[in-house]
Design a protein around this ligand. Structure first.
Ligand code: PEP
Length: 253
């Protein structure tokens, strides 16, 4: 059975005290997570040491990061390496979020380098893909995400794919309050799985978790997560409040 994952993406929010309180709130209400169910808290770099200390020794709830460098070490002012993240207690890193692609000009080639850095340092990857509204309106979303996935991760071996989780996040649904319908999510998740199967075979494809992200909240999570190819969620706005995030975790059946 493949893993189910609910991951928080705090983006550029919360000071240290607020982050600490939020993790305390999540831990206080966290249900017992069965062996194949995982929660990830991807905070800003500044929060990582604190979050890792709060989560130390807890099962199935992991410290995450929202980005890592394409480079190993050296004169890259402002960058944070995958090795530094690992050392600070991170086990999952988000790579290819649409905000990184759009505002920081991250290309598929750069993302492939980040993927390599993360894997070389023993990190699991939440690899994001997703289309803008114009692409959805043109009906070419399947080809769009296929290209993002092929260029970002298809250089990996089948063995390395064990550390990959794909997050499908339609840009038109991120932070907009407009969610993909469960039928739209299922259709494109199934397509993503078929693309992975064509490259790596059915075993690898059946074991890759594919998360949905985009205005996911307690009121719509259960319906989205009930889709056969939706294996949990990457959560932005609703991950900043313990009760909402816990409501979404509860929906991970
Ligand atoms: C995200 O940015 O990863 C995200 C899913 O945001 P939101 O839940 O706020 O739409």
């Amino acid at each position: 059975m493949r893993n189910k994952i609910v991951a928080a993406n705090w983006k550029m929010n919360l000071n240290l005290a607020e982050g600490k309180q939020l993790v305390e709130g999540i831990l206080a209400g966290l249900p017992a997570l069965e062996v194949h169910k995982h929660v990830v808290i991807a905070s800003s770099f500044v929060h990582i040491a604190q979050t890792a200390a709060q989560l130390a020794g807890k099962s199935n709830i992991h410290t995450g990061a929202q980005n890592c460098s394409t480079e190993t070490s050296g004169a890259y002012t402002g960058e944070v390496s995958a090795a530094m993240l690992k050392d600070a207690g991170v086990s999952y890193v988000i790579i290819g979020h649409s905000e990184r692609r759009e505002y920081f000009n991250e290309t598929n080639a750069m993302l492939a380098k980040k993927v390599n850095q993360a894997l070389a340092n023993g990190l699991h990857i939440l690899f994001c893909c997703g289309e803008a509204l114009e692409v959805r309106d043109a009906g070419t979303q399947n080809a769009h995400v296929e290209q993002q996935i092929k260029e970002g991760i298809f250089h990996l071996s089948a063995e390395q794919m064990k550390d990959i989780t794909i997050a499908y996040e339609p840009i038109w649904a991120i932070g907009t309050g407009r969610t993909a319908t469960s039928a739209q999510a299922q259709e494109i998740h199934a397509h993503i799985r078929s693309v992975v199967a064509a490259q790596y075979g059915a075993d690898v494809a059946n074991n890759v978790p594919i998360l949905y992200g985009g205005s996911c909240k307690p009121s719509n999570a259960a319906e989205l997560f009930a889709c056969p190819d939706v294996d949990g969620g990457l959560i932005g706005g609703a991950s900043l409040k313990a009760d909402e995030f816990l409501g979404i975790i509860e929906a991970m059946k």
